[in-house]
Design a protein around this ligand. Structure first.
Ligand SMILES: [Zn+2]
Length: 398
């Protein structure tokens, strides 16, 4: 995907938001129809039938007719795609589209090719029902058949073309690297390198906490509430951009330097669940402390380290060269003699083998084990039984 920053005028922003509303409305209507399914009523309408209903609805309602048919139709098509992916087990169940959170729509076909270059740095795109909108040429515009216009929560507009870039070619040196993902160090390599995902500066974190407290005291929906909310969204967007930038640079670097990249097969969605409530045996209906807030803090750190997105991007960039290793005992096993003992893990940062006295950075030691792929046999190979009622769980990422 290649994305460009759009710079609409205030009037164009209003028109774009109107399109987003139409797309969201269509998606949510399709979701309503889909969820009305019941055993005795037969199948719910599919895309073809929904598109026919849309034509009827456009004839009946002037406000729908005022919008772009492409936008409305593509929202239905996107929903159809989401349902197919859900049944295939590659995506989660489609959810409601919400204002401010899901602002976007898609343009396809001939309408998606109306792009004119203005200068070396600027171009403009003719968006149906909106007109010519300027965008910044931060890279070459790909030859794509469709694009998506989105607005993030910080109010920035983007134009994204659905063009999948080719994976990065392997260097051909036969080198293998192990990557240990952690909280203190985001990624430790078996070469001894320690890579850290940039954290927001302390001042920014403090400001975020201050704004959150202020938001809590604001009258919901008031002008001040909206202002504070926008300021929070802006700070969050900064943090997200920083993380994303690190993930992109790190994954490109790894994919271009090593032939095989090994990571632990972590189930991040399961790891970052809230801890189970602990019932108090003496007072029924009451609960014992289960360190939920502490776990929430750890979860925040795990998610801030961008573990999932690093592996996801490596899967794209180093297609077929990424291997997942069973994570069991990687941090307790000595990378020199192979002795496995929990006592060898001296502290968060230090590994000191109790058998041979080998001393190393704990995360680097684990990364070397991952590179060797040693941990795979340390645990049962057959997966545990899963209830057929449960939704399919992907082992790959969060
Ligand atoms: Zn040892």
């Amino acid at each position: 995907m290649s994305r460009f920053r759009l710079y609409p005028t205030p009037e164009q922003q209003t028109a774009l938001l109107e399109q987003c509303r139409h797309a969201r409305h269509m998606w949510n209507l399709a979701l309503v129809q889909w969820s009305m399914w019941s055993r005795d009523k037969g199948p719910t309408p599919g895309y073809i039938e929904q598109a026919r209903q849309l034509t009827e609805a456009r004839a009946a309602f002037a406000w729908l007719r005022a919008g772009s048919q492409t936008v409305q139709q593509q929202a239905l098509r996107d929903f159809d795609h989401a349902v197919t992916s859900f049944y295939a087990g590659t995506r989660r169940r489609p959810t409601w589209r919400k204002a401010d959170r899901h602002e976007g729509f898609r343009i396809v076909g001939g309408q998606a090719t109306r792009i004119v270059h203005l200068s070396r740095k600027w171009a403009r795109v003719n968006i149906p029902k909106v007109g010519w909108v300027r965008f910044r040429l931060s890279r070459a515009v790909p030859d794509a058949k469709s694009y998506r216009v989105t607005r993030d929560r910080a109010g920035r507009w983007h134009l994204a073309f659905a063009a999948v870039p080719p994976p990065i070619p392997a260097p051909g040196t036969g080198e293998v690297v192990g990557v240990d993902r952690g909280v203190a160090v985001s990624a430790a390599l078996s070469t001894g390198e320690l890579l850290s995902c940039p954290r927001p500066p302390k001042t920014e974190e403090a400001r975020l906490r201050y704004l959150q407290r202020r938001l809590a005291r604001c009258c919901r929906g008031s002008n001040r509430w909206q202002r504070v909310k926008a300021a929070i969204a802006k700070l969050r967007a900064r943090a997200r951009d920083r993380r994303k930038d690190w993930v992109e640079k790190t994954s490109t670097d790894l994919a271009s330097r090593f032939d095989v990249i090994r990571v632990e097969n972590l189930r991040i969605a399961q790891m970052t669940r809230r801890p189970r409530p602990k019932p108090d045996p003496e007072r029924p209906g009451q609960f014992l402390p289960n360190r939920r807030r502490a776990k929430a803090g750890l979860n925040r750190s795990i998610l801030a380290s961008a573990w999932g997105s690093l592996v996801r991007r490596l899967e794209d960039k180093a297609a077929g060269r990424l291997e997942k290793v069973n994570p069991a005992h990687t941090s307790q096993t000595c990378s020199v003699c192979g002795h496995c003992a929990p006592e060898s893990r001296e502290s968060q940062a230090v590994f000191w083998c109790v058998a041979c006295g080998h001393q190393a950075h704990a995360d680097v030691n684990a990364a070397i084990n991952i590179a060797a792929g040693r941990a795979v046999s340390a645990r049962q190979e057959t997966p545990g039984r899963v209830s057929p009622k449960r939704e399919p769980q992907l082992a790959t990422s969060a």
